[in-house]
Design a protein around this ligand. Structure first.
Ligand SMILES: [Zn+2]
Length: 141
């Protein structure tokens, strides 16, 4: 998202949110933009623009997948739910995931240990695996 500072013919300033710079032009051409104060539709954008939170237009090389140092509570809840609803197959995980994928083993949700390379291979084979940002521990049931 991009936030533009907009200004109407009567010099009222307000903010508009747009998917992209082109989105502003399209909405303006179709007369969809109007001043919230006086309803004037001759809207211009000021030169300041802020990039919103979605980073949709951020350059790809700046995106770095970094795990947060502490897990947000929602994520912990999600992980708890996964742990309660999956069968721990430990180091057998990559093989068991393949067996389930080939329907050689009963279909169920499993969790276990896989190296980054094994995870990558499974994804390549079209097997849905989701890395969890938690270290394996021995005391999970
Ligand atoms: Zn106005």
């Amino acid at each position: 998202m991009i936030v533009f500072e907009l200004i109407c013919g009567d010099r009222h300033r307000f903010e508009g949110w747009f998917a992209s710079a082109g989105d502003f032009e399209r909405q303006k051409r179709r007369g969809l933009l109007s001043c919230p104060v006086c309803n004037d539709s001759s809207i211009e954008k000021l030169l300041t623009a802020k990039i919103g939170r979605t980073e949709a237009e951020a350059p790809a090389e700046k995106k770095q997948p970094a795990a947060p140092p502490t897990l947000p509570e929602k994520l912990r809840d999600m992980i708890d739910a996964i742990l309660l609803n999956t069968e721990d197959v430990g180091r057998e995980f990559p093989e068991e995931a393949r067996r389930i994928h080939r329907k050689e083993a009963p279909e169920r949700s499993i969790r276990g240990v896989a190296t980054g390379e094994e995870t990558h291979d499974l994804l390549d084979e079209g097997i849905a695996v989701m890395p969890l940002p938690i270290p394996p521990r021995e005391d999970w049931h």
